[in-house]
Design a protein around this ligand. Structure first.
Ligand SMILES: C[S@@+](CC[C@H](N)C(=O)[O-])C[C@H]1O[C@@H](n2cnc3c(N)ncnc32)[C@H](O)[C@@H]1O
Length: 178
């Protein structure tokens, strides 16, 4: 899957392997049985999650580009985890509107979603966006959105935050219980 993805002109979108490994370990730590991937791309992290959730586990993957779904699905099958994965080929907002409650929630902020969730923690990738979040250009809406999200999370009293300089930046937002 990795090799196939690296042939794609947009392979820069691929999650960093050390991020994927950390998220898999965290998912194991909390015994996650359901995960959602918002922006699946060629399915690297979706497969990563499907390999760590239990047999009865569920991985929901949102993707709008069928080209990526077509790349991903044979690899899910080859890994023997296709029964755990449900791919929704549509705008993620439609899938998320179905009242999913999930223990681990990966939000790709480029999608521009603010998700209110009831679960404990949420990893968010690409929060550094190659450093462009430091001084977003006036026409760079993605960097502006990420900068806004980072600042919002930083002051949010409902969560504890860890922003890791791994890959393109990984934020772990952990809900406070008190
Ligand atoms: C940075 S890539 C995700 C990388 C991926 N999570 C991985 O494991 O490597 C973002 C993906 O989100 C998809 N996407 C963008 N907007 C979307 C939307 N509104 N709903 C669903 N998918 C979306 C894009 O087509 C792209 O494949």
């Amino acid at each position: 899957m990795l090799q196939k993805t690296l042939e794609d002109p947009w392979s820069i979108m691929l999650v960093a392997s050390e991020q994927a490994q950390l998220m898999a370990n965290l998912a194991k730590l909390i015994n996650a049985s359901k995960t959602i991937e918002i922006g699946m791309y060629t399915g690297y992290n979706t497969l990563n999650m499907a390999l760590v959730v239990p047999e009865s586990g569920q991985v929901v993957a949102c993707e709008i580009d069928d080209e990526y779904v077509n790349i991903a699905e044979p690899f899910f099958k080859e890994a023997g985890v296709e029964d755990k994965i449900t791919v929704h080929l549509q705008m993620c907002i439609k899938t998320l509107g179905r009242g999913l409650t999930l223990k681990t929630l990966k939000m790709h902020e480029k999608i521009g979603l603010h998700i209110k969730h009831r679960e404990r923690w949420q990893p968010i990738t690409s929060v550094l966006w190659s450093g462009k979040v430091v001084d977003p250009a006036p026409d760079d809406l993605t960097s502006q959105a990420l900068d806004k999200l980072n600042k919002k999370l930083h002051t949010d009293q409902r969560i504890d935050l860890s922003m890791l300089t791994v890959g393109n930046g990984l934020t772990l937002a952990i809900k406070r219980y008190r």
